[in-house]
Design a protein around this ligand. Structure first.
Ligand code: AMP
Length: 312
């Protein structure tokens, strides 16, 4: 089943303890699509500027990602500059230039209309909401956001949260959104804002899913009252953490979209596939590792993840 994703397609300048890379292809929708494309068909809605050329387009085409919904506009693409010099788990943002995204009016190609899954990747919540409203028939909607939007665009974000089946955010964002430092209480607060299920990402420590009594309603599955945690792989070197969260989301949602039904067991596996994709993304700068990845490597790492926490 196909996923439509709306989110940033960007150029990133990144500095980490491993070095610096200027203007590499990035953006939340880019990482998400590359990761999800190993599991199912992906269709992107975004806008890029005149600096987005054939080399960037080829990255999507190589994974057979549908780019008919990536609009070309006069001007420059979204640009983000950040560093991770003190803390590999949290980016320090230096520059966010929305550029062509500032005046973006998302249009959904007819060929995308039968998508059953919708992912609202990190971007202005006003745009996320417009796309959500234009695709009312999707079966499952998940979304992401970040501190930038939580701080200054909370009212618009709250409208988006009301329509989400699954929200994926990192732990500092969950605490910030709920205004509560205790993760379990913060999760309860976020679930009360609308999402049926919350997935909290902990950077190099994995991710935790929190469920509500609406998480599996309609599927005939029993309520899961306790949280579920997937580990992250302890890696010898993290070259560039950018895109780990979006790649987690791509693996997680891509796996779910490739399954015929959403059960608690499938959900738990999806958390592991998310962690697998996040662990690859950080091994090289930008999208380089995802571009060269194979399905066999994903399957081998999935087994490694099981062994990481298996008791008997
Ligand atoms: P993450 O998975 O959280 O590391 O996401 C990193 C990606 O998010 C980068 O490739 C950036 O281009 C993109 N990004 C950074 N800030 C924003 C923002 N305010 N809105 C949308 N995308 C962003």
């Amino acid at each position: 089943m196909a996923i439509t994703v709306v989110g940033s397609v960007a150029f990133d300048s990144i500095e980490t303890p491993a070095g610096r890379q200027d203007r590499c292809l990035g953006g939340a929708a880019t990482y998400f699509s590359l990761a999800a494309s190993f599991f199912t068909d992906v269709r992107v809605i975004a806008v890029v500027g005149e600096d987005f050329g054939p080399a960037e387009e080829a990255v999507f085409n190589a994974r057979r990602i549908d780019t008919r919904g990536i609009e070309r506009a006069a001007g420059k693409s979204f640009f983000w500059e950040g560093s991770y010099l003190d803390n590999l788990n949290e980016a320090k943002t230096h520059i966010t230039d929305l550029n062509v995204f500032a005046a973006f009016e998302p249009k959904i190609p007819d060929a995308y209309r039968d998508s059953e899954f919708l992912f609202l990747a990190n971007i202005d919540p006003v745009l996320q909401r417009r796309v959500r409203e234009a695709m009312p028939d999707v079966k499952l909607v998940a979304g992401d956001t970040m501190n930038y939007w939580i701080k200054d665009h909370l009212a618009a974000l709250k409208q988006v949260l009301k329509g989400l089946d699954v929200l994926l955010i990192n732990d500092t964002e969950a605490r910030m959104l709920a205004g509560n430092n205790n993760l379990v209480q913060a999760a309860r607060g976020v679930l009360a804002m609308g999402p049926k299920t919350l997935v909290v990402k902990h950077g190099e420590y994995g991710a935790t899913a929190f469920f509500s009594d609406r998480s599996f309603s309609g599927s005939g599955e029993a309520l899961v009252s306790h949280p579920f945690r997937a580990p992250a792989l302890p890696l010898e070197e993290v070259v560039d953490p950018t895109g780990a969260g979006d790649s987690f989301a791509g693996g997680f949602f891509g796996y779910l979209a490739s399954q015929s039904e959403l059960t608690p067991a499938k959900f738990r596996r999806a958390m592991f596939y998310g962690s697998v994709m996040g662990s690859f993304a950080v091994e090289r700068f930008g999208t380089a590792r995802l571009q060269e990845l194979t399905r066999q490597e994903i399957d081998e790492r999935f087994i490694l993840f099981r062994e990481l926490t298996h008791l008997d």
